[in-house]
Design a protein around this ligand. Structure first.
Ligand code: GLA
Length: 337
């Protein structure tokens, strides 16, 4: 009997660069993702891919150093196998509709698809997400937070997922059906394994040395930091945490104009305080904001390129390379074929 495992990518509505500081995030799963079809059995996980060269061949006991595995995409597979420690192998194919390097969490979708295919416990999505988060760091050395893996596992159709990244408490926030999200690509490829992402995280940790946990700090606390760079980083995280709850409330109470304003304020904070936007992303956000039917827009995910999300009335005509549009999708699934 064959299996089909599916794991979606995500956009983050708001709450970026907060997850690894134990803050709040509000992502939603999208209808693009990664599928694995195959059969269980044997002592190896052997996966081909229709998007990447080469075959991932990993013994079910795992490998010592997943970051040394070839081809490079197989590093994610190796790290997840080592985390899940399956008792049976898997022979199959990976097929993805998610563009890689676009800020849509394609690596998390691959990790979650492999974990799901290998029978990871999805009843407890936080534990499975933590295993996939560790896998990401072991595979490529990115000290990421838990948002991408957790929303890919735990999302429910029609709702965004409010994640308290400290307690891992989840809340499914209904998304209004008189709005939709449009994802536009900036054309800039984005790579997190360079140093910029890790640098931002280190700056946030340095800010915590001055004012204590950013999770518990207020924007006023951030202003007390003398170093201007650390002050800006802390200002982003503390104001962004507040915007997460403001957006959740705006969405559930149908205040879409206000929701759009929050997206725009978040973009400005990513641009000016966290300094992870680019001129291309800024221009896209600026242009699309003027389109009738658009409530607001912002860069989504880590930044440094990738995609912009637009909150708008359904069927609003958006010019530019639309990657996906719609309402929040469901999380990972496993079925027999
Ligand atoms: C990447 C990471 C996430 C999160 C975002 C920024 O997507 O994988 O954990 O930190 O960047 O919000």
């Amino acid at each position: 009997m064959g299996l089909r495992a599916w794991a979606p990518g995500r956009v983050n509505l708001i709450g970026d660069h907060t997850d690894y500081m134990g803050g709040l995030a509000l992502p939603m799963a999208i209808g693009l993702g990664t599928e694995i079809t195959g059969d269980r059995g044997g002592n190896w996980v052997m996966l081909g891919s229709d998007g990447f060269e080469g075959v991932a061949e990993i013994p079910i006991g795992g490998v010592e150093d997943p970051s040394a595995v070839e081809p490079p995409w197989a590093r994610y597979v190796a790290a997840v196998v080592d985390e899940v420690k399956p008792t049976d192998g898997l022979v199959g194919m990976v097929h993805s509709t998610l563009p890689a390097g676009s800020g849509l969490a394609s690596s998390a979708a691959l990790e979650v698809a492999v974990a799901t295919a290998l029978g990871a416990d999805r009843v407890n999505p936080a534990a499975a997400a933590q295993a996939c988060q560790r896998a990401e760091e072991r595979a490529v050395g990115v000290p990421c937070g838990i948002m991408d893996q957790l929303v890919s596992l735990a999302a429910i159709e029609g709702t965004a997922l409010r994640i308290d990244c400290d307690t891992l408490e989840l809340e499914h926030v209904p998304f209004p059906d008189d709005a939709e999200v449009v994802v536009i690509h900036s054309g800039q490829h984005r790579e997190l394994s360079g140093s910029a992402y890790a640098d931002r995280r280190a700056e946030c940790e340095a800010a915590e040395q001055v004012i204590g946990r950013l999770r518990d700090a207020s924007p006023a606390d951030a202003e007390a930091i003398e170093d201007p760079v650390l002050r800006r980083r802390a200002r982003h995280v503390t104001t962004e945490n507040e915007r997460v709850d403001a957006l959740a409330t705006a969405l559930t109470s149908g205040q879409l104009g206000y929701a759009g304003d929050l997206l725009v304020a978040s973009h400005a904070s990513m641009r000016d305080d966290f300094e992870v936007s680019t001129p291309e992303l800024d221009e896209l956000v600026g242009t699309v904001r003027g389109v009738p039917g658009v409530y607001g827009a912002r860069v989504t995910g880590a930044g440094f390129g990738g995609c912009v999300i637009v909150l708008c009335k359904p069927k609003t005509r958006i010019n530019g390379p639309v990657v996906w549009r719609g309402l929040p999708a469901a999380g990972a699934s496993l079925s027999t074929t």
